[in-house]
Design a protein around this ligand. Structure first.
Ligand code: AMP
Ligand code: ZN
Length: 498
């Protein structure tokens, strides 16, 4: 007989941004979940802020799968239509980068898509089930625009098509996700400039006619042009998940206008609201300010892994950074700092050491001092309460404490409980939190490695004093070939792992 899936015994609660409340999660089709997350705009390397949002949803994806759901996870690649001002004006972000670098837009797209994939795999994120691109869905975007026009919610103006927000708001509520209303929005906006093609400033482009210099263009019934940024997500989510699907996620900053417009487009095209549960991940900050490409207040994953940056004293393993992120709830702001990462590193090693210690424990007749079954239940309760990973981690540390006292033979564990403890620790640490216990990341091995490299640094310094440059270069080059980079400065030599 097949085992009962875990989701049947769990009440999963998800904070739904549209109601502002935690709600009991019920999928449209039992046992199946459709989840869409807005992917990156591939015109530059992702920064750690972007990574946080994608890692948060990777944790959500992992937990849903862990509960036994069959999840279709769609995360798009935005490779056209995202303009510089995040609205309807300015150059296409991808095209601009292509112009500056004298490359084809698709060379830019390829370069940064590869970088994104590389970084996500370093963070041990599972690839989505489908990763569609905006440029691969132009035909579908044109079709949906026709439907929205036919339904009376869009108009043509000078070869561009705009969504008629005022008309939509007569029968629907534009602003329900972000808690706004159209009257206030109108009161707070300046008049349209005389040359604008829009009826109202709140209207947004579904299709834009391309200026002669705009190279990313496609034919349409209205003009040679390109689709609006908001529309691509409506098209790709509904194409692969249906007109109504379970979960839509993205960073908090996408709530308005991007997701608000998605709701309007979905309702206008399909006559029903597209999403049952809206999830928004909070921002990663640096020095208290949002990490953001446009302000340059960023740190890149590469800078972090090599230690080559102004903020951190050394490099950090991707799993430690992932653990640092998991120690905060996905809806809380998280500030990035050297001290916080060092604290996470200590915690991470403690957890990995406990995973090794479990293997060495000898079971006895009974368990004493810890209720393993109740502890396991509390781990599930934490994650089922809107994916509360920090509470889960606190529970995992309760188990670490117990494991260490068993090791010291102060208390005992039965063989059934030992198996359950092991399975639960592995399930949450590796499957759900997505951490990796590589050899380098055990504290013991890491201490030995540092000791060995420090010794080689000392021998190299002595060789240099003796003008034996052949030996000193050999040490540097061979370490580099192994992925250990030495960095000389006035204060001495340090190293980082590539
Ligand atoms: P973009 O490539 O700019 O469209 O952003 C990709 C994703 O990263 C979106 O879901 C954003 O909400 C998210 N994002 C951008 N900056 C941050 C940040 N500082 N912290 C967390 N997520 C962010
Ligand atoms: Zn989107």
């Amino acid at each position: 007989m097949a085992a009962i899936p875990l989701y049947k015994t769990q009440e999963l609660k998800i904070y739904n941004s549209i109601s502002g409340q935690k709600e009991t999660f019920n999928p449209i089709t039992e046992g199946n979940i459709g989840m869409y997350v807005c992917g990156p705009t591939v015109y530059s390397n992702v920064h750690l802020g972007n990574c946080r949002t994608f890692i948060s949803f990777d944790m959500v994806f992992r937990y849903l799968k862990h509960l036994g759901y069959k999840v279709r996870y769609v995360r798009n690649i935005t490779d056209a239509g995202h303009l510089e001002n995040d609205a309807d004006e300015g150059e296409d972000k991808v095209a601009k980068k292509a112009r500056l670098e004298q490359l084809e837009p698709m060379e830019i797209v390829q370069r940064y898509t590869l970088d994104f994939h590389h970084v996500m795999s370093k963070f041990n994120a599972i690839a989505p089930s489908i990763e569609p691109t905006a440029t691969g869905h132009i035909v579908e975007q044109i079709e949906i625009i026709k439907t929205i026009i036919d339904n009376g919610y869009a108009y043509e103006s000078n070869g561009s098509i705009y969504f008629d927000v005022k008309k939509f708001n007569e029968t629907n509520h534009y602003g329900k996700l972000s808690g706004r209303n159209l009257e206030d929005m109108i009161a707070n906006t300046r008049e349209l400039s005389a040359q604008s093609d829009k009826k109202n400033p709140q209207d947004f482009a579904l299709w834009k006619k391309a200026e002669p210099q705009h190279i990313m263009r496609w034919p349409s019934p209205w003009s040679d042009g390109f689709p609006g940024w908001h529309l691509e997500c409506t098209v790709m989510s509904t194409k692969y998940l249906g007109e109504r699907f379970d979960i839509h996620g993205g960073g908090m900053d996408l709530k308005f206008p991007h997701h608000e417009c998605e709701i309007a487009q979905g309702e206008a095209a399909c006559g029903q609201t597209p999403v049952n549960y809206w999830m928004h991940a909070n921002m990663l900050t640096l020095n208290g300010k949002k990490m953001s490409k446009s302000t340059g207040n960023t740190i890149s994953p590469a800078e972090l892994f090599t230690g080559n940056n102004d903020f951190l004293a050394k490099s950090f393993d991707p799993s430690i950074v992932r653990f640092f992120m998991m120690q905060a709830h996905y809806r809380s702001i998280l500030d990035f700092s050297n001290d916080a990462l060092e604290a996470s590193e200590k915690g991470f090693y403690k957890l990995m050491d406990a995973i090794q210690t479990i293997e060495t424990l000898t079971p006895e007749a009974k368990t004493d001092g810890f209720d393993v079954q109740a502890w396991r239940t509390s781990c599930y309760e934490a994650m089922s309460d809107d994916f509360n990973s920090p509470i889960l981690i606190a529970k995992l540390f309760d188990a670490v404490k117990f494991i260490n006292t068993v090791k010291e033979q102060k208390v005992s564990i039965s063989s059934t409980d030992l198996e359950l403890l092991k399975e639960t620790m592995h399930g949450f640490i590796f499957d759900v939190l997505g951490l990796v216990n590589s050899n380098e990341t055990s504290s013991d091995t890491s201490d030995k490695l540092s000791g060995t490299v420090e010794l080689l640094i000392k021998l190299r310094a002595e060789a240099r004093i003796n003008k034996d440059f052949a030996t000193s270069d050999k040490i540097r080059d061979e370490l580099l070939a192994m992925g250990i980079q030495l960095k000389d400065s006035r204060e001495g030599t340090t190293f980082s792992l590539n």
